[in-house]
Design a protein around this ligand. Structure first.
Ligand code: M6R
Length: 606
């Protein structure tokens, strides 16, 4: 969480940073600030609680001229949301912005007698104070001594008052990427923002110090030796990062799904069969494991649940899906024969990253399914498959989820083939159906106004229940998360058969129920369960595979006919429909769809 930006060059730093911070807001948006080294070499700070637009107003009234600065958009951890707790923080000669958590900040406050001298309640100001304590003209030495004292995670961008025009950066776990751009050098928390300015960037290695000057970037290791950055190329079109005429990124990202799924799938079908050799995935990795364990959070974890249903039924391999945040604390069994699959859009979710490291320590092989090239989870894993979704800016994940699913279908198809569960013809038929997903999903998107109409019926609901069995349940877990996070309506997804073991007590005529029916093998049981809630007064919104048809005497609040695919692939059109449902509820409630309260796009704290 928190987004950091830095620029030093020949242009006005304030404007560049305000524009970049607006893009970075998805990492946190409760306060924002910038520090600019003015033409008189003095560092001045403007910061406030609120959004970047509030900071912009502040800067319009009282801006800072200068060509070197650091900026921040905050997701509060230590210290509430206030002007004082907004970054940057200045202590003595040092000004910092920080992403991460300094876990031992209380010890540091005591050790360096800082109690009376701090202006904020943040751990970040403590880091600035420790840097100032060690600074006596040698910035690299001060940074080196400081990071040895810090416990926890940090991405720090630092300016020293007596070294104008220069930004220093150092990190542990929390990300920083660096590029040459805008007639100077830039740093940011992630490539989504730097990709607007430059195609070439590098990820600052942990415990290396980057020194950014107008003329270029130098990199040093902790011993003070120079090092060569490993330059990477941005793997998406800059054009894809704008809103493209849509009111919100979320709508644009939902609409992009057919295209990005095509781009994820097509290069990985060779001779009509799923083929991951282009990603460097050896067949032996898929053939030799005896067990699979997915580690992921939120939406990415829901993608894992769909993967589990597919793998178990088509490959007949034991597969678990673990919440990455619980993985290390629940004694999950992983060993040399386990393939651990880490799924993450950002590739920076700290719980997922720590779970990968833990799995490797236990001897497991690790495979990352990640969207952002060069992200920490990708680099920490033995193998990586990129999802090619392009930048996903809306906090609510949509195209990242369905491209993660696309990769899981590819893995399932390839694994079934190399392990002999599929013959050549079955593998080709499976790949053929996967290639049909973009066209079928497009049919749902083309009918989005129907879903908009349906959404109006739950606009004022306090609670919504969602029900389905098997894959339908897996789809609904994600659909329910979408609704909760952007519309603030309490929603629960239940395996239909489980409702009557307690939760049905909550069903009344005021609780709309969303049911998904796409799986032939459970559809009659699903219909019985739907009748159980209807008899308790609930109105039911039904999303059903169009070829199933409807019973003549049944009464529905609304029905959306999902275009048909093989049952195992119905996840894709159904997911698009549920994403649109959540989107339109949020839109019609007048909420900030892209930036729901309390959330951040990238979760880099445990
Ligand atoms: O970047 P990641 O995929 O690792 O993020 C994991 C979750 O934080 C994320 O999927 C979250 O649940 C989504 N914002 C939900 O839409």
């Amino acid at each position: 969480m928190c987004g950091i930006i830095g620029y030093t060059g020949v242009k006005g730093a304030q404007e560049i940073m305000l524009d970049a911070l607006e893009i970075l807001e998805y990492r946190g948006y409760d306060s924002a600030g910038i520090a600019v080294c003015g033409e008189d070499s003095c560092v001045r700070i403007r910061k406030c609680a609120g959004r970047v637009k509030d900071l912009r107003l502040l800067c319009e009234k009282d801006g800072i001229l200068g060509t070197c600065g650091i900026g921040h958009t905050r997701w509060a951890t230590h210290g509430g949301v206030s002007d004082a707790n907004a970054h940057p923080h200045r202590f003595g000669k040092v000004t910092v912005t920080h992403n991460g958590i300094v876990e031992n900040y209380r010890d540091l406050v005591q050790r360096y007698r800082l109690e009376e001298r701090l202006q904020s309640q943040t751990d970040s100001e403590v880091a600035a104070a420790v840097l100032d304590h060690f600074y006596s003209g040698d910035p690299l030495a001060a940074i080196r001594k400081t990071v040895l004292k810090l416990k926890g995670t940090f991405a720090l961008s630092i300016m020293f008052e007596d070294i104008p025009g220069t930004i220093f950066a150092v990190r542990n776990v929390s990300p920083i990427v660096i590029a040459r751009a805008q007639g100077g050098s830039m740093l940011a928390s992630d490539v989504t923002v730097l990709g607007q300015y430059s195609k070439e960037y590098f990820v600052l290695p942990e415990f290396y110090v980057a020194v950014l000057k107008a003329g270029g970037v130098e990199l040093y290791d902790m011993a003070g030796e120079t090092a060569e950055p490993e330059w990477l190329t941005v793997n998406w079109d800059v054009d894809r990062s704008g809103k493209g005429g849509y009111p919100f990124y979320m709508e644009k990202e939902i609409m992009e799904q057919p295209q990005v799924i095509r781009e994820t799938v097509l290069p990985r079908i060779q001779g009509g069969i799923p083929d991951l050799s282009g990603d460097g995935i050896p067949d032996s990795l898929l053939a030799d494991c005896t067990r699979i364990c997915v580690v992921a959070c939120g939406t990415a974890m829901h993608a894992g649940l769909v993967g589990k249903a597919l793998m178990q039924s088509l490959v007949r391999i034991h597969m678990d899906v673990e919440l990455a945040s619980e993985f290390m604390y629940t004694d999950v069994i992983v060993d040399e024969e386990t393939l651990v699959i880490a799924i993450s859009q950002s590739g920076e979710t700290i719980d997922t990253l720590e779970a990968v490291k833990h799995a490797k320590k236990n001897g497991a092989k690790t495979l990352a399914i990640v969207n952002v090239r060069g992200a920490s989870v990708a680099r920490a894993s033995d193998y990586v498959i990129y999802t090619n979704a392009g930048p996903e800016i809306a906090v609510a994940s949509t195209k990242a989820y369905t491209t993660q699913l696309a990769v899981l279908y590819l893995l399932t198809g390839r694994m079934a083939y190399v392990r002999g569960s599929f013959g050549e013809e079955e593998a080709k038929a499976f790949a053929g159906e996967l290639m049909r997903v973009p066209e079928v999903m497009q049919k749902v998107l083309d009918r989005r106004e129907e879903i908009h109409y349906i959404a109006r019926s739950i606009l004022n609901a306090q609670d919504v229940f969602m029900m389905g069995r098997g894959l339908d349940h897996a789809i609904l877990l994600e659909g329910s998360l979408k609704l909760k996070e952007i519309s603030y309506i309490h929603s629960e997804a239940y395996a239909s058969g489980e409702l009557k073991h307690g939760t049905i007590a909550l069903i009344t005529e005021d609780t709309p129920v969303v049911a998904v029916v796409t799986q032939d093998k459970v559809k009659s049981k699903e219909f019985s369960n739907i009748k159980e809630v209807q008899s308790r007064g609930a109105g039911v919104i039904l999303f059903i595979k169009e070829t199933f048809g409807l019973e003549k005497d049944a009464v529905w609040d609304s029905v959306f006919m999902l275009p048909a695919m093989e049952d195992g692939f119905m996840v894709m059109p159904a997911s698009a429909a549920l994403q649109l449902l959540a989107y339109y509820v949020s839109l019609d409630k007048g909420l900030d769809v892209d930036k729901p309260r309390n959330l951040a796009k990238v979760v880099t704290v445990e």
